[in-house]
Design a protein around this ligand. Structure first.
Ligand code: SF4
Ligand code: SF4
Length: 610
C-alpha cells in the first residue's frame, strides 16, 4: 500500500497509512477531495492523500507573484514579497497551517495577507483562504524599501524591550522578531523607510542590519507553538539551542529548535509540532531532500522507495533494495549515513558469472556479475586498446552480485595493479573492496583518448546515476542495473539520449554506448576460426580419447598433441581475437574437456603477457 511516508505527521507523531495517494498534477486532481500534503515534515492524517509537494513554481505577475503550493519559501527570497515564512516550509503549508512569518506584527498569520486559488467541496474559489485544498497562492510584492535594524543583548534584555513597547501600544514596525542562538540574542526589526521618524526613540540604541529570513536548520527536534507575549521569559524555553520568536501584541508564535528533546509541555504547541522525546524515524528530519534525487523512487514511481520511506517505515527491508548509489547521502542534511543502513537490510538477486577467465596483465579489465552480459564489449575494448599499443588483461570476478555490492574483499592474481571496468557502478563498488596491491579502479570511458571522449560528449549523453565524473549529461537512471539487482517492476525510463556511458543502459534502451562509439575494431573472422577448431577437435576425438590411457604414464603426450592442434589458431593472434575464440568455443559447448580448455587458456595467456 503506497503512502508510508505520509504516515509521518511530524518527527514525533505517526498516523495511519493512507489508503491512496494521488500525486497532484493540476487542479483537476483536487476536485474529488482528499487531505492535502504540501510538505513531508508535517501533515494531517487522511485516507486519500493529495500529494502537492512537487507542485512548485513561481509566476511573476508584476505587482504580485503566483506561487504553486509546494514551493518552499526559500525559492521566494529573491522576490520582494511583503510576507514570507520559514525557508523550508512550503507556501501552501504555511497558509494551511496558519504559519507566522515576516510581517506577522502587522498582518497576523500569513494566510490573512495572501490570496489563494483553492478547491473546497469540489468547487474552485479564489480569495482569502477559507479552507479546502490550495492550488496556488498569490502574494503581493512590496514596492516600498524597508529598513532593517537590530539590537544584540541578553535574552532578558531584548524580551523586556519588546514587552515594554507593547505595554504602551503597538509599535509601528513591519516586523519584530527575536532570534536566540546559544548565548546570543538579537532583536530584529523591519520598517518602511518612511516610518523612521515615527520610530526614532525605539531605534536609538539599535544598529543597521540586513534583510533576514528564518530557517529550521537541521535540528532534530522542532517545536512550533504560541505563548502570550507578556509571559515571554527565558525560563520557558529551557535548553533550547535556537529560538525564533515572531512577536506581536497578544500572542507570540515561536519556533524552538534543538538536537535534544525539550520539555515544552507547559506551552501551547501547534498540531504539527514535535511534542515529546520520541525519535520515531531514526534521526530522519523528514526534509525530503533524498526523495527527489533517488533512482529507486524513479524506478518504482513511488516515493516510499526512498530513504525517507525507509526511515518512516522503521527501516523496513522492502524499501532497501536499491543499488546504493549514495546520492541520498550526498544531500542528507543530517548525515544519516544511509547507504550502510540500506546495505544491511537489502536483499539482492542471485546473479553470478557462468564463465571463468583469468588472463591477468598489469592493467586488466575485470568482468563482474554486473557486466556478465558485456563480454563482447570487453573484448572490443581490449582490441581497441591493443590497436593503441596498450595490452589489457581480462579477468572474471567469480563472486555473487550480493558479495560484490557488500564489498567482499577481492582476491586477484599477482601482478594486477590497475583494474578497468565497463560500468560506473563497478568502479564504485570495487574501489572499496580492491586489494591494496591494486592502485586504482578506472571506468573505461574515462581513459579513452580525448578525441573520442570529445566526440561522444558532443552528443546528447546519458551520464547515468552512478557516474561521478565531471561531464554534462542526463543523470537519470535507466533502471537497467536496478532491475538486475532487485527484480522490482520499473516505470518507463525517462532517458532519451543519443549515447550512454552505461553499456547496461545501452542494452536496455537500445541506444549506443561509449563502447559502440569506438567504431570498428580490426578483428579476424572468429566464427570461421571457431568452426575450424571445433571441426579439428571433432576429427581428432578418437585420438584424444585414446591418449587419456597415458595419464600417469606420460602426461605430456596428450598435452603436446592438443597444443599442436591449437597452436596455429592462437599463435600470433591479437589478444582480442584469441579471447573471442575461447569465449565462443565455451559458449558453443565445443570445449567440454577441462584439459583442452586449460591448454587453450595457457596458449591465449601468451598473447596477453607484457
Ligand atoms: S543509495 Fe541511491 S538508490 Fe538507494 S536510496 Fe540512496 S539515492 Fe536512492
Ligand atoms: S535527506 Fe536525510 S533527513 Fe532528509 S528525508 Fe532523506 S533521510 Fe531524512
Amino acid at each position: 500500500m503506497p503512502g508510508v511516508i505520509y504516515s509521518a505527521l511530524s518527527r514525533t507523531k505517526r498516523g495511519a497509512q493512507p489508503k491512496k495517494v494521488i500525486r497532484v498534477t493540476g487542479v483537476q486532481d483536487l476536485l474529488s477531495g482528499g487531505t492535502p500534503r504540501y510538505e513531508y515534515f508535517r501533515g494531517e492524517q487522511g485516507d486519500i492523500i493529495l500529494d502537492l509537494v512537487d507542485q512548485r513554481g513561481v509566476e511573476d505577475l508584476g505587482d504580485r507573484v503566483r506561487v504553486l503550493p509546494g514551493t518552499p519559501w526559500s525559492d521566494l527570497l529573491k522576490y520582494n514579497i511583503e510576507v514570507f515564512g520559514l525557508e523550508e516550509a512550503s507556501v501552501g503549508g504555511s497558509v494551511h497551517f496558519e504559519d507566522a512569518g515576516f510581517g506577522f506584527n502587522e498582518f497576523g498569520p500569513i494566510r490573512r495577507r495572501v490570496e489563494v486559488e483553492a478547491v473546497m467541496n469540489g468547487e474552485e474559489y479564489r480569495g482569502l483562504f477559507r479552507g479546502g485544498i490550495i492550488s496556488a497562492v498569490i502574494i503581493r510584492k512590496d514596492p516600498r524599501p524597508l529598513s532593517y535594524m537590530k539590537l544584540e543583548r541578553s535574552f532578558d534584555f531584548v524580551i523586556n524591550r519588546v514587552k515594554y513597547w507593547f505595554s504602551t501600544g503597538i509599535p509601528p514596525f513591519r516586523d519584530i522578531t527575536v532570534m536566540k542562538k546559544g548565548n546570543s540574542s538579537i532583536l530584529q526589526v523591519a520598517f518602511p523607510l518612511a516610518r523612521q521618524e515615527l520610530l526614532r526613540d525605539k531605534l536609538e540604541d539599535m544598529s543597521p542590519s540586513r534583510p533576514y529570513s528564518f530557517s529550521m536548520g537541521n535540528y532534530r527536534f522542532r517545536y512550533f507553538g504560541s505563548v502570550k507575549t507578556m509571559d515571554l521569559d527565558y525560563s520557558i524555553f529551557p535548553d533550547v539551542e535556537e529560538l525564533i520568536l515572531f512577536i506581536r501584541k497578544d500572542v507570540t508564535k515561536f519556533v524552538a529548535l534543538s538536537n535534544k528533546p525539550l520539555d515544552l509541555s507547559s506551552l501551547t504547541l501547534d498540531p504539527f509540532s514535535d511534542e515529546n522525546s520520541q525519535d520515531l524515524f531514526s534521526g530522519c528530519i523528514l526534509c525530503g531532500k533524498c526523495v527527489s534525487v533517488c533512482p529507486h523512487v524513479a524506478q518504482r514511481g513511488d516515493k516510499d522507495y526512498s530513504p525517507l520511506g525507509f526511515f518512516v517505515s522503521g527501516m523496513s527491508k522492502e524499501y532497501a533494495n536499491c543499488h546504493l548509489c549514495g546520492r541520498c547521502d550526498d544531500v542528507c542534511p543530517v548525515s544519516l549515513d544511509i547507504v550502510p543502513k540500506l546495505r544491511e537490510k537489502a536483499t539482492f538477486r542471485n546473479v553470478s558469472l557462468d564463465l571463468s577467465l583469468s588472463l591477468p596483465s598489469r592493467k586488466s579489465i575485470v568482468i563482474t556479475p554486473i557486466s556478465r552480459d558485456l563480454m563482447e564489449s570487453a573484448i572490443k575494448v581490449i582490441g581497441f586498446f591493443y590497436g593503441q599499443g596498450i595490452k589489457l588483461g581480462l579477468l572474471t570476478l567469480n563472486i555473487s552480485l550480493d558479495e560484490l555490492i557488500r564489498g567482499k574483499e577481492l582476491k586477484l592474481p599477482e601482478g594486477v595493479e590497475e583494474l578497468y571496468v565497463l560500468t560506473p557502478e563497478e568502479r564504485l563498488y570495487l574501489l572499496s573492496s580492491k586489494p591494496k596491491s591494486v592502485t586504482d579502479v578506472n571506468f573505461l570511458f574515462d581513459v579513452l583518448p580525448n578525441e573520442i571522449k570529445s566526440r561522444i560528449l558532443g552528443k546528447k549523453v546519458h551520464k547515468t546515476c552512478m557516474y561521478k565524473g565531471n561531464v554534462n549529461g542526463d543523470e537519470r537512471c535507466s533502471f537497467a542495473f536496478l532491475e538486475m539487482l532487485n527484480g522490482e517492476p520499473s516505470i518507463k525510463s525517462p532517458v532519451s539520449s543519443q549515447v550512454t556511458l552505461c553499456p547496461l543502459a545501452s542494452k536496455k534502451l537500445g541506444i549506443p554506448s561509449y563502447v559502440d562509439e569506438l567504431g570498428d575494431v580490426k578483428e579476424e573472422d572468429v566464427d570461421k576460426l571457431v568452426e575450424e577448431i571445433s571441426g579439428l577437435l571433432d576429427k581428432n576425438k578418437a585420438i584424444l580419447e585414446d591418449l587419456t590411457w597415458y595419464e600417469g604414464l606420460d602426461d605430456n603426450m596428450r598435452v603436446d598433441f592438443v597444443k599442436g592442434l591449437l597452436r596455429n589458431f592462437v599463435t600470433g593472434k591479437d589478444p582480442a581475437t584469441a579471447i573471442k575464440i575461447y569465449v565462443k568455443l565455451v559458449q558453443e559447448n565445443a570445449l567440454n574437456d577441462d584439459e583442452i580448455k586449460s591448454i587453450l587458456m595457457e596458449e591465449i595467456k601468451k598473447t596477453f603477457s607484457d
